[in-house]
Design a protein around this ligand. Structure first.
Ligand SMILES: [Zn+2]
Length: 255
């Protein structure tokens, strides 16, 4: 395997380790810089050799060295997934600014997904600066256009806002959170307006399949809201990797 590919995997795993810190601390409003990593159960500081992505979890067999209580499987999962995403983006975009920007975007999606799964919220401290960062990226990247990004923000924010308002008016309860609206606006800022349409298509398709499966599994009276952020993130990833060929295929299909 290419040495640079290996480096992109290691870099991704390292960033994944940092994303775990963000996932745990952002919902509590704590600093993501200080203090250093510590066991959430006994509070003991984690030394560097116990903090190696994925590897330490396996070596310690998923338990804290000091209190022996189990470490959440979230840690190696987030590290592993971020490492794979880094590799896929590196293979796609090579050593370029596009890789750096889309990896940062993808990392934000990973954090949003896990926080939404745990807490059913999408923190504004990620999505709102994310909209700004996406617009800035569209201005810096020669492949992107600011107009496209602005349309993406308007379409992403606007369409979901409309759906959310309509749903509330029809069913007299909140279906989609404002967090989803801001997340889709952020996706639009990074990927442009066409990707917003693809993201809505894929996320509602996968979301309804999973929703029906969960309902069948948990029983008919299942009333818990399933967070939509993970599906929007997944839809955005599909749009990022396959958006252009899909749009091309669709356009040639209708000739
Ligand atoms: Zn411990």
């Amino acid at each position: 395997m290419d040495m640079l590919n290996v480096i992109s995997v290691l870099f991704g795993a390292m960033i994944g380790s940092f994303l775990n810190v963000c996932i745990c601390r952002i919902p509590e409003g704590k600093s993501i810089v200080t203090p250093g990593s510590h066991c959430p159960q006994c509070g003991k500081a984690i030394r560097w050799y116990d903090n190696l992505p994925v590897i330490s979890f396996l070596l310690l067999r998923g338990r804290c060295r000091h209190c022996r209580r189990s470490i959440s499987v979230q840690y190696p999962l987030v590290e592993g997934i971020t490492a794979i995403l880094s590799l896929l983006l590196f293979i796609r975009f090579g050593p370029s600014l596009r890789y750096v920007i889309y990896f940062a975007f993808t990392a934000a999606l990973v954090v949003i997904t896990v926080i939404d799964l745990y807490h059913q919220i999408i923190p504004d401290v990620i999505s709102l600066p994310g909209i700004g960062a996406g617009l800035l990226a569209s201005w810096i990247l020669p492949e992107a256009s600011v107009v496209n990004a602005l349309l993406g923000v308007l379409l992403g924010g606007g369409s979901l806002f409309l759906v959310a308002t309509l749903y509330e008016w029809l069913f007299k309860r909140e279906g989609m959170g404002g967090g989803d609206v801001k997340l889709l606006a952020m996706i639009g800022a990074f990927l442009g307006w066409k990707a917003v349409i693809l993201t809505i298509l894929f996320s509602s398709l996968i979301g309804s399949i999973v929703g029906v499966a969960v309902m069948l599994w948990k029983g008919r009276d299942f009333k818990y809201a399933i967070p939509f952020g993970p599906f929007l993130s997944l839809g955005a990833l599909i749009a990022l990797f396959y958006g252009e060929p899909l749009i091309f295929w669709y356009l040639t299909l209708n000739r």
